[in-house]
Write a protein that binds this ligand. Structure first.
Ligand code: X2X
Length: 334
C-alpha cells in the first residue's frame, strides 16, 4: 500500500467529492413537459430557456424533459395524463381546456378583442383572474401568466376567404373546442374538431380544406406546404396556460416552486414580445413559401355574427357576470 502523502490524500479527497457529486443526480429529478406545439414554435424556445435556468437555479435537482409535437398523444388525451400525474407540466390553450372548464374559452369569443394590448389588459386583469380561478377549482395548478398563442387566421388550400359568404360549406379544422365549432357553424362552415398533431395530415389528405391558427403555428406547423391562402381575419385570440399536476406541485419545496414560477413568468412575458417582433418575418417567410395573403373586411364578419344567435348563445353559456367582465375589455358583444 502506498504511503499516505499530501498528494495522495488530495487525490483521494477529490475522488471522494467526485463520487458524491455523481451521487447528487440520484437526488435530482426529471419531470415531463408535454405540448402539442411543434418543436420550432417561439413558445417552446422560451420554455426551454426557462427550463435551463430552473436547472441552474436548483443545482441540477429539478430538470424538465420536453415532449413537443403531440408525441404523447392528442390534445385531450395528454390533459388526462396531466390530471393522472403521468406527466407533470402541460401548456394548453383555453380552447382545449374549455372541455374541462368551460369558462376557459371566454377569451376566444369571436371577434371580441380589437388588439393585443386589450387582450393583456383582460388576461392579466379580471378575465384572467376569473379563468385561472376556475382552472384551479378543477384541481389543476395553473401559473399566473399566459403565453401568447396569437390572433387566429384562416388558411385554405383552394380559395381565399375574402368575405363571410366564402365560409359557407367550408370544411375547416378547428381545435377540439365547443366555442370554435360554434363560431364556424355560425358562418355556415363545416368545422371538424381535430387534435393539433393531426392537422398537417388532415390538410395533406384533403380531409379538410382549411384550418385556422395564429401565424407562428402556420409557420412552425409547416402548413405552408399544404395550404395556399392566408386570410387575416383575426377572428379569435387564444393563449396558453402552463398547467401542472396539483399533487406533484404541492409536494415541491416552496423554494423550488418560487424558482419555477419566476422562470415561467419571465418566459411568458418574453414570449409575448417575441410574437410581436416575429410577425413581420413570419409573413415574409410564408409569402416566400408561396402563400398568398388576403386582408378581408373584418367588420363584415363581425356584422354577420351580430346577425346570428352566436353572441346571445355564448352569453347564456358563460353567464351574465362572466360576459359583463369580458365586455369591460372588449366593448359590447352582440
Ligand atoms: O390546436 C390548435 O389549433 C392550437 C395549437 O392553436 C391550440 O392549442 C388552440
Amino acid at each position: 500500500m502506498r504511503p499516505l502523502t499530501r498528494r495522495s490524500f488530495v487525490a483521494s479527497a477529490a475522488a471522494g467529492v467526485t463520487s458524491f457529486a455523481l451521487l447528487r443526480p440520484a437526488l435530482a429529478a426529471t419531470y415531463k413537459l408535454a405540448t402539442n406545439l411543434p418543436a420550432g414554435h417561439p413558445m417552446l424556445a422560451r420554455l426551454q430557456e426557462a427550463a435551463d435556468k430552473i436547472a441552474a437555479d436548483t443545482n441540477g435537482e429539478f430538470t424538465l424533459r420536453f415532449f413537443p409535437n403531440s408525441q404523447l398523444g392528442g390534445d385531450l388525451e395528454v390533459l388526462s395524463q396531466l390530471r393522472s400525474g403521468a406527466i407533470q407540466f402541460y401548456p394548453l390553450a383555453g380552447a382545449q381546456l374549455s372541455n374541462l372548464v368551460p369558462i376557459a374559452s371566454l377569451n376566444g369569443v369571436g371577434f371580441a378583442f380589437k388588439d393585443i394590448s386589450d387582450v393583456w389588459k383582460a388576461m392579466d386583469g379580471e378575465v384572467g383572474t376569473m379563468v385561472r380561478g376556475a382552472l384551479r377549482d378543477s384541481g389543476l395548478f395553473v401559473f399566473d401568466e399566459m403565453f401568447d398563442n396569437g390572433f387566429r387566421q384562416i388558411t385554405t388550400g383552394s380559395k381565399p376567404i375574402e368575405k363571410p359568404g366564402d365560409l359557407a360549406g367550408l370544411h375547416i379544422r378547428v381545435p377540439p373546442s365547443p366555442l370554435s365549432t360554434s363560431l364556424f357553424k355560425a358562418f355556415g362552415a363545416a368545422p371538424q374538431s381535430i387534435s393539433f398533431g393531426e392537422v398537417y395530415t388532415a390538410l395533406q389528405t384533403k380531409l379538410v380544406d382549411a384550418q385556422e391558427n395564429p401565424l407562428p403555428l402556420v409557420d412552425s406547423g409547416k402548413f405552408y406546404e399544404v395550404q395556399k391562402y392566408v386570410s387575416m381575419t383575426n377572428h379569435m385570440w387564444d393563449g396558453f396556460w402552463i398547467l401542472a399536476n396539483q399533487a406533484f406541485w404541492q409536494k415541491q419545496p416552496q423554494a423550488t416552486r418560487d424558482i419555477v414560477a419566476k422562470r415561467f413568468r419571465e418566459a411568458a412575458l418574453a414570449e409575448r414580445e417575441d410574437l410581436v417582433k416575429l410577425t413581420g418575418s413570419i409573413i415574409t417567410k410564408l409569402k416566400g413559401a408561396g402563400m398568398t395573403f388576403v386582408e378581408p373586411d373584418r367588420q363584415a364578419f363581425r356584422t354577420h355574427l351580430d346577425g346570428t344567435p352566436f353572441y346571445a348563445e355564448w352569453k347564456e353559456r358563460f353567464g351574465a357576470q362572466a360576459w359583463a367582465t369580458l365586455e369591460r375589455y372588449t366593448g359590447k358583444l352582440g
